[in-house]
Design a protein around this ligand. Structure first.
Ligand code: SAH
Length: 480
């Protein structure tokens, strides 16, 4: 399964910077269902092509390996290794995820400039629906070409192939092209490789931001993307109807935008939650207090607060004589600005000011500024991370940063019932998932075994006898 993207113009080698993939070095990525390879079949000043090749193991799929969906869904002999399907979308988001946010460190302006791009996807299954490719891509200003061969040259009487080769050409933002492909490739297929969960609505709306609401085929796209789940499709369509779809011609950093919005809301959502109204102490305050105590009990003198948001934890820790050094980071610049204000950073006495460093950074990336700390706090952040990025966070946090203590808090999904929320609904639009106590326990067990930690799981907030506490906390202590 193959996707190629060609950039034509001048200095087209810069495609490497835009994709965060070096043209000189082929790279391989492990996915739960196979491997993805990225390489550049052609590189020149005027024309550069990147290829994403997906090598899927049909046996793994047949066995129902993790990530492949329902066990036994696929036969051993199937088209999955060859056809362009939702596997390719998942690979696009995994391999080109940063480019999809519109970020380019080396040439930020280039990421915001429409470029002459051509994408080719062989083996898309349109089942003879001749117009489908045109209907999907032409409204997005692409020139569309398709070709279809015989099912097999050996037996012309078997007729035409249900697969097409699709080529789309346009002057577009690279990030937009990637989002279009991410959403529209699975629309050709009716077999998604994972359960269609409520989280898929969010993915569809995220990747469709700025274009899907105004797309003439939005109904078909939504229904096919969220196949088999009419209720999800209806909800997504309703939300699209409520969306003003302004033409986005400059690619803002969508990730930052999303994350910035996220900062205030987790507190608000828990403070305002019905069951918390009578509480004299808001859940957020209880949570920070529990974390403060866990940090102090660990004996830490230095703390990393990853995903610090508006700096609530820093406010508490700065007052603690035990804590000599605080490194607080967030992916969102706006969150960091808020933290700076809350902490009155410019007005702090020198002794306190020297204790704290605020910086922009992501817990999913190796970052030297996170090294050498005693205790890492990851407070209401995990659930903002895409599940396919979680392994990167795990490796970085427990493998590289590897502090003596890690304190994690995350919502307890079971408790949403106490808030009267619909089953499957999440507390916050930016949450990628929410875990039950058992799910967190499974994760904790896996992490502890893999990285050599011992963990204690507990709850924060009012205990419900059936559903537990609204917030869950895990304190990991490194063995030895
Ligand atoms: N810990 C704070 C904020 C929680 S909101 C508190 O409890 O008050 C979640 C925060 O995580 C947001 O500010 C968001 O920008 C940040 N975030 C999301 N993904 C991140 C990542 N990969 N690395 C660091 N921060 C991240």
């Amino acid at each position: 399964m193959l996707l190629t993207i060609t950039y034509e113009g001048s200095h087209t080698q810069d495609l490497g910077y835009l994709l965060f993939k070096n043209p000189d070095r082929p790279q391989v990525f492990s996915l739960s269902y196979g491997k993805a390879y990225v390489f550049y079949p052609e590189v020149s000043d005027t024309r550069t092509t990147v290829a994403l090749l997906l090598d899927i193991d049909p046996l793994d799929l047949a066995k129902g390996k993790e990530g492949s969906g329902i066990p036994g869904l696929f036969d051993y002999v199937n088209d999955r290794p060859y056809a362009a399907t939702s596997f390719l979308s998942t690979a696009i988001s995994k391999v080109f995820g940063t480019a999809m946010t519109g970020r380019c460190d080396k040439f930020p302006d280039l990421a915001k400039t429409p470029l002459q791009l051509t994408a080719t996807v062989p083996c898309l299954k349109d089942r003879g629906d001749e117009e489908l490719a045109q209907k999907l891509f032409e409204p997005l200003s692409y020139t569309v070409e398709t070709s279809r061969g015989l099912l097999t040259d050996a037996f012309p009487e078997w007729g035409m192939s249900p697969y097409i080769t699709l080529t789309i050409r346009g002057t577009v933002l690279l990030s937009a092209l990637l989002h279009h492909l991410y959403v529209l490739i699975p629309v050709f297929d009716r077999q998604k490789h994972y359960y269609t969960s409520a989280d898929e609505i969010r993915k569809l709306l995220d990747h469709g931001e700025g274009w899907l609401a105004a797309h003439p085929e939005r109904e078909r796209i939504t229904k096919r993307y969220l196949f088999q789940k009419n209720s999800y499709a209806n909800e997504a369509l309703e939300r699209l109807r409520q969306t003003d779809a302004p033409e986005k011609d400059d690619a803002e950093d969508e990730e930052a935008e999303r994350e910035e919005g996220a900062e205030e809301r987790p507190a608000a959502e828990s403070d305002d939650a019905p069951a918390e109204q009578d509480r004299p102490v808001p859940l957020n305050t209880l949570r920070m207090e529990a974390v403060r105590q866990a940090v102090l009990a660990s004996g830490a003198a230095s703390v990393l607060d990853a995903g610090c948001g508006g700096g609530r934890l820093e406010e508490l820790l700065l007052k603690e004589p035990q804590i000599q050094k605080i490194a607080a980071c967030d992916v969102s610049v706006m969150a960091l600005e808020k933290a700076k204000k809350r902490l009155h950073l410019d007005r702090l006495p020198d002794a306190q000011r020297e204790k704290i460093t605020l910086f922009q950074g992501s817990l999913t990336y190796r970052d030297k500024r996170m090294d050498g700390i005693d205790c890492a706090c990851v407070i209401e952040v995990l659930e903002h991370i895409d599940l396919n990025r979680l392994p990167a966070l795990e490796r970085n946090l427990f493998g590289f940063v590897a502090p003596k203590t890690v304190v994690i808090t995350t919502p307890n999904r079971e408790y949403n019932a106490v808030y009267g929320m619909d089953p499957g609904a999440l507390r916050h639009s930016d949450h990628r998932f929410e875990w039950t106590r058992a799910e967190l326990a499974d994760w904790t067990e896996r992490i502890s075994a893999a990285y050599g930690y011992t963990a204690v799981q507990s709850g924060i907030g009012t205990v419900d006898e059936n559903f537990g506490c609204p917030t869950q906390m895990v304190v990991f202590t490194r063995n030895g």
